[in-house]
Design a binder for this molecule. Structure first.
Ligand SMILES: [Zn+2]
Length: 129
């Protein structure tokens, strides 16, 4: 199937929900709801996205192996019948941030607007493993 004209993608993405766009152009804001036993040696791990409301169930073996996950996404999340690339999603995201005046001229301006200091950011990064 030939790729759709870009104007169709732009039109669809222009009306696309902010929360869905944020998740699809970046990453979901997963919070673990819990785990439950599926069968001997297989645990289901359920996570919920605090932004878009999507859910994922991951399957972990007792040996630490990871199996195919199952996603359940809210209505409107999927864009049917149209190929939308990650680049399309990033371009729409930049367009919205630009329109909102949220693409800053420097890192310092961005941090000031986000009320995050450089030292706080470094500390947080340093604590990550
Ligand atoms: Zn999400």
């Amino acid at each position: 199937m030939a790729k759709q004209p870009i104007s169709d993608v732009e039109t669809v993405l222009h009306q696309y929900d902010d929360r869905f766009l944020e998740c699809r152009s970046g990453q979901h804001d997963w919070t673990r709801l819990g785990m439950f036993q599926m069968q001997e040696g297989l645990i289901a791990v359920r996570e919920h996205c605090r932004r878009c409301g999507g859910q994922v169930t991951k399957y972990w073996g007792s040996d630490g192996a990871r199996y195919a996950s199952r996603y359940m996404m809210p209505d409107g999340y999927s864009i049917r019948g149209l190929f939308v690339s990650k680049a399309d999603l990033r371009m729409e995201t930049m367009k919205r941030y630009s329109a909102a005046g949220a693409i800053f001229g420097s890192e310092d301006e961005m941090l000031k607007a986000a009320q995050v200091t450089r030292s706080a950011q470094v500390t947080r990064r340093g604590n990550r493993r």
